[in-house]
Design a protein around this ligand. Structure first.
Ligand code: CAA
Ligand code: FAD
Length: 379
């Protein structure tokens, strides 16, 4: 057993931290306040290889391992969880899905611009009536010669309003239920795709999640990912990897909130001394450090299992549920340590507090992670 990061992994931590401190931190509060999409940051991340970290270099990626990817999302989210999720969706939900399930042509033509950051991807499974019950898809894809004609409404499509390609799940054979769902690589410039609204959110406000409609959108059969009926299995397999990305995002949020609280507790004085000297504060910081370390171990271990080609379904769900609850707990306690200043937008912890909550909801709620874990351990 070796807990030492490799040279590549250490290099990724350094590169992502420098980028986050130098390019992301200066605008994080303003982008959050005014819901500003980070156009320049996304472009620069593409050039640095951050949009396809674990994707083969032959298809525009950086060719690194999944631990390096987890480290990058952690470092971005330590400063800005919005940037973290934009990168996470493109890397682990879209690029990784095309690399695993795509044809050679799809990899050359669709994956390469996405992984190299020239284009942006989104992943669209959720619908107004299909959230946790993701199989309850109402969006229809009807075969018509060499095409499928797609009609329906999808919601909460992160990156959707900015994406060039959306990996979209739709029903091709409703009578087959979960085995009647197929996956498509939708080109958003085609007629029939529209953004109905961009959500006004509690947190991750610099990222965008959109409600989108498909009105008789014609998608050529060459743009189906996998075979007809494989869409649900493909979506679930992709989400296993995606959940390690969200665990990493949560880890970054927790780390950022902890560091802010630690610094504040050292300098804030009450009753003639630094508040860190009060055991209630010092022990809270000790628990933060301990919980974050545990969450990091679970997250990197899940990424390591994936890199080894082993089953990581339960490990990814455990990492996600643990890291997201750690982020929520740590951010809540960080606000408490800041006292009234924790409630002010002049300090960063109220943003960590708002951003942390989403990690317990998307890519499967904490209840769904427990469902996944319980099913896996019962096998
Ligand atoms: N990995 C691989 N395959 C899986 C799987 C997993 N984690 N979970 C289910 N499957 C497979 C099953 O093996 C089964 O296939 P077979 O019959 O071939 O064995 C098939 O999928 C159907 O499985 P279930 O009968 O278990 O399906 P279910 O309807 O009971 O649902 C569920 C299972 C776990 C609840 C699933 O619906 C789920 O994960 N729900 C949460 C949805 C979710 O995570 N959405 C995220 C949207 S993307 C997002 O949120 C992005 C973002 O914010 C940035
Ligand atoms: P519901 O499924 O209605 O759940 C409501 C509550 O009931 C939850 O507490 C849930 O845990 C609980 N519950 C439901 N079923 C069970 C059960 N069987 N056992 C126990 N408890 C249960 N989706 C995408 O496809 N692509 C995206 O890019 C994307 N980005 C998102 C970004 C944001 C900011 C948000 C908020 C959501 C995003 N989503 C995306 C959707 C997200 O994945 C869903 O919101 C999530 O899966 C939960 O679905 P729901 O909101 O419909 O909640």
């Amino acid at each position: 057993m070796d807990f030492k990061l490799s040279e590549d992994q250490e290099f990724m931590r350094k590169a992502a931290r420098e980028f986050a401190e130098g390019e992301i931190r200066p605008t994080v509060a303003e982008r959050d306040e005014h819901k500003i999409w980070p156009t320049d940051i996304v472009q620069k991340m593409g050039k640095l290889g951050f949009m396809g970290v674990a994707i083969d270099e032959a298809y525009g990626g950086a060719g690194l391992d999944y631990i390096s990817y987890a480290i990058m999302i952690e470092e971005l989210s330590r400063v800005d969880a919005s940037v973290g999720v934009i990168a996470s969706v493109n890397n682990s939900l879209v690029c990784a899905g095309i690399e695993k399930f795509g044809t050679e042509e799809q990899k050359r033509e669709i994956l390469t611009p996405l992984a190299s950051g020239q284009q942006l991807g989104a992943f669209s499974l959720s619908e107004p009536g299909a959230g946790s019950d993701a199989a309850a898809q109402k969006t229809r894809a009807v075969e018509d010669g060499d095409y499928y004609v797609i009609t329906g409404t999808k919601n909460w499509v992160t990156n959707g309003s900015k994406a060039n390609t959306i990996l979209l799940m739709a029903m091709t054979a409703p009578e087959k239920g979960v085995k009647g769902i197929s996956a498509f690589l939708v080109d958003t410039s085609e007629p029939g795709v529209s953004v109905l609204k961009v959500e006004d959110k509690l947190g991750i406000r610099s990222a965008q999640s959109a409600q989108m409609s498909y009105d008789e959108l014609r998608v050529h059969k060459s743009r189906m990912l996998g075979q007809p009926g494989e869409g649900f299995k493909i979506a679930m397999t992709i989400l296993n990897g995606g959940r390690i990305g969200i665990a990493s995002q949560a880890l970054g949020i927790a780390q950022g909130a902890y560091e802010a609280a630690l610094e504040y507790a050292k300098v804030r004085e009450q009753f003639g001394q630094s508040i860190i000297n009060f055991q209630a504060v010092g022990f809270t910081l000790a628990d933060m450090a301990t919980r974050i370390k545990a969450a990091r171990m679970l997250t990197y271990h899940a990424a390591w299992l994936k890199d080894q080609g082993e089953n990581y379904i339960a490990a990814a769900a455990m990492a996600k549920v643990n890291a997201s609850e750690t982020a929520m707990w740590t951010a809540t306690k960080a606000v408490q340590i800041f006292g009234s200043n924790g409630y002010s937008k002049e300090y960063p912890v109220e943003r960590y507090f708002r951003d942390a909550k989403i990690t317990e909801i998307y890519e499967g709620t904490s209840e769904i992670q427990r469902l996944v874990i319980s099913r896996e351990i019962a096998k």
